[in-house]
Ligand binder design. Structure first.
Ligand SMILES: NC(=O)c1ccc[n+]([C@@H]2O[C@H](COP(=O)([O-])OP(=O)(O)OC[C@H]3O[C@@H](n4cnc5c(N)ncnc54)[C@H](O)[C@@H]3O)[C@@H](O)[C@H]2O)c1
Length: 266
């Protein structure tokens, strides 16, 4: 991992930090000098990523967080300020696809079914974690960032927050909510020097996409639709988060950064 000073002196909360894009973003932030508070519901994996970062000379602590639980957000913000003096960066990365967790290999070309077959329970869960979780995190870091003199909030949406597809309407809706919520938040808090942007990954190889990519037909169809000819890796997305979290993007707010190998340009 390349090291540097692009996040020197910054305190960054990273949700979804136990796996995939969140874990890599935590690694990249720490390698660039940030103190990282890595949060997830998966404590075992989260602890292991934090330990790995510390063993490699970075600064990370793990914190259990269920992103839909408002009281846990309030406690996380208070404890982070107490421990590290401030909060400069929040990356809302925790998310779910909403597919059946028992499905190891996707049997159809698209993940999930038609919306008339989608249960209200599944809809509510996807919206709660992906959209409401992002709202709660953003809401509760605002005051702390104001005390810090400003900050950067990076919300992970998806290309699914920009375009529709044949399936998983709840996921699309939740990621669309993240996209437009980020713009509203950006406008509301620009005068406090708090920037809010969204990141829109295409298909990235992580545990979330494993069942789809385990089916060669699905994988090939997605690759064929990706002009750069490969799936993303978590590092591709983490580098976009790094730009938006660092002061290099000081004049960037309310924007959407698509990192998808060219898929949505087509
Ligand atoms: N992988 C992709 O192709 C892709 C594409 C577009 C967007 N995304 C988005 O990127 C983000 C990260 O996804 P990933 O691919 O790294 O998946 P992942 O499954 O590897 O990681 C998601 C993490 O979020 C955590 N999490 C889930 N629910 C949570 C909750 N209620 N509270 C706290 N933590 C919770 C999980 O434990 C896991 O560690 C998600 O928001 C996802 O929607 C991923």
């Amino acid at each position: 991992m390349e090291t540097g000073n692009r996040m020197a002196g910054k305190v960054a909360i990273v949700t979804g930090g136990a796996s995939g894009i969140g874990a890599e973003t935590a690694r990249v932030f720490a390698a660039q000098g940030a103190t990282v508070v890595l949060c997830d519901i998966n404590a075992e994996l989260g602890e292991s990523i934090a330990n790995e970062i510390n063993e490699n000379g970075g600064a990370a602590t793990f914190r259990s967080l269920e992103v839909t639980d408002e009281a846990q957000w309030i406690a996380l913000v208070a404890d982070t300020e107490k421990a590290f003096g401030k909060i400069d960066v929040l990356t809302n990365i925790a998310g779910i696809s909403g597919r059946d967790p028992r499905q190891n290999v996707q049997t159809t070309l698209t993940a999930g079914g038609l919306l008339e077959d989608q249960s209200l329970e599944n809809w509510n869960q996807v919206m709660a974690i992906n959209a409401t979780g992002t709202f709660l995190g953003t809401k509760h870091v605002i005051a702390a960032m104001r005390r810090a003199g400003g900050g950067s909030i990076v919300n992970i949406s998806s290309i699914c927050g920009i375009i529709g597809s044949f399936s998983n309407a709840a996921y699309h809706a939740s990621k669309g909510a993240v996209r437009i919520f980020s713009k509203s938040a950006a406008i509301q808090y620009a005068s406090d020097k708090i920037r809010v942007n969204s990141v829109h990954p295409g298909f990235v190889d992580t545990p979330m996409t494993e069942p789809g990519h385990a089916n060669p037909e699905v994988a090939q169809q997605r690759l064929d639709a990706t002009p750069l000819g490969r799936f993303g890796v978590p590092h591709d997305i983490a580098m976009g988060c790094l730009f938006l979290a660092s002061d290099e993007s000081a004049w960037v707010t309310g924007t959407e950064l698509i990192i998808d190998g060219g898929m949505t340009a087509n």
